[in-house]
Design a protein. Sequence first.
Lengths: 445, 251
Amino acid sequence: MPQKPPSPGFESWGRYPKLESSIVPLNWTCDFPLHPPPATRMLPVGAGRSYGDVCLLGHGTLLRTRGPGLSGGMDHLLDFDPATGVLCCEAGTTLGEILDFAVPRGFFLPVSPGTKYVTVGGAIANDIHGKNHHVAGTFGRHVPRFELVRSDGTRLVCSAAQNAEWYAATIGGMGLTGLIAWAEVKLRPIVSRNIQYTGIKFSGIEEFLVLSEAHAKSEYTVSWIDCVATGRNFARGIFMAGDHASEPDSLKRSQPAKLMLPVDFPEFLLNRRSVGLFNSLYYNKQRGKIKNTLVDYEPFFYPLDKLQGWNRMYGKNGLLQFQCLLPWEAGQAGLVEILKAITASGLASFLAVLKVFGNVPSPGMMSFPKPGITLALDFPIRQEASFDLLELLAAITLDHKGRMYPAKDATMTAAQFQAFYPQWKRFAAYIDPAFDSAFWQRVTA
Amino acid sequence: MASRKFPTAVLALGATSAIAEATLRLLAERGARFYLVARNQDKLDAVGADLLTRGAAGVATQVMDLDETAAHPAMLAAAAKSLGTIELALLAHGILGDQKEAEASYTAAEAVLRTNFLSAVSLITWLANYFESTGQGTLAVISSVAGDRGRKSNYVYGASKGALNVFVDGVRARIDRAGVQVLTIKPGFVATPMTAHLAQGPLFAQPSQVAQGIVKAIEKRRDVVYLPPFWALIMLILRMIPGRIFKKLNV
């Protein structure tokens, strides 16, 4: 019988797998290394917004840089230089907290993922990307320096010039190289909260690619794609482009989100019919082919943040996320094959995203993005069916020389990971001897 | 009272506690200057850097264990000198202690009383005279709802806070007429490192919520404030339960 998990429990955003571990909160950078050191292996975690097991360690010790409900933790802002836009903060600071500080001062994040409830440490450890990857590259590219603390107490200030190998290994290093104590983030200036938004309906991958090409100069581009519709509606979607408004306007701080999903939804609620209905409504909400408007940055970047705990929509079993990258050289065949497999399964959720990655190189040794097309979507966990589908999608990805994203993954095999990231052995030399993760155990077994 | 200037010279005792820090951040955004006292220099440095980054006009720090009451007058005089005038003193240090241990051992109970009550008495004695003689100032003391009635689950901590409430009530009655605000802050459950080991129920508030309530209570020159405010109702009900029934309850 499994033991009762220590309270409070810790789940990743996908709530799968469920693993027991001890939790040690870190509220100050001087709290680490631990005295005495724990008897188990360790893994730093931030807000727990990774989907799979990259932020989990069964029978291990999780070093939490954020408290439950995002209260407290290593969240001190250490310095800000308005002349350069460089903010230095502790690794447990969330991107939302950076925005609260930066927006009223006329600054914005250099790279924004789909939620602002992630920590800076997590953003570096997964070398996250956003809607501006095609022009700005990954988050790690905008981190000039950070401090890495190893379990033996060694403190390494890392940059492209100083401890450069540790810099490269830690960006995208999945928290395995040591604890990031603080980091510098280079913010970009803005004059308004607003985003000049263009939404364009498309039908099929061809049209998506044409639109991506035509809007390559827009700072932010991303597409929602319908992964349920078949026939003439196959691969329909909405291409969304945005730029920070150039007209000065409000720079006030965001209000905290109030809506919270209070319960786990029953699992039958998300099915082909309900998702298909949602997708049709969403696609047809925009009446014309093209829509131009000014929108606030919150709904543009973080539409789901409005509903706290939205992952409970998938029921208590949780969800699986799949995100792959297919390089240009593989052509469109792989993407079409993947989309067909998904629509055929009928398992897709409405949260499906398609985006073109640019050729700005990532500084991280293990970073996920590279030039090509990325597709990301959620699946509810349905017995064998969901896992069979994920296995098939991974196989297609591998066939077309693509790769999957560890931060979103709970299912790829060791053989697949090692083919996706052949540099993994070189990276392994930088792992802290006292650190480990459930993901790493799985993909190096 | 809207014309009254909001305090900008702030002495924070127990400045690295979660509620204190959240409160100081709000004051830093208004450009306050700080004298911070706590036990650990590394933590004080982090809090100081954070407040300066958020807009504080100045930060000085002093490392000190506030249990050492003999050193209080020199520290408080140094704070007054550094700030020019102390306009707000926030007492935020405290320990939860271990109820079970304190039931078994007087030494453990005494440690809770010394930190939460006796050290506060020493600080407040000096500060009350200081504020009275300068004819201004806000003395804000973080107590707890636990001081409203002795419960079997935490009466040692509760007694330290209950005694503190009585003491602060008396000080208020004495120096209110000198133009000094004396504020008793009674938070309920707050998600802080002090309570991290407890299961976090729906009654738990975030330190930032409590901090906003503290700043508002200072602005409105309140005497006693429950935070979040619904605790006033919970404690009213708890106080009204007849003792004969209360002693049978598991609260």
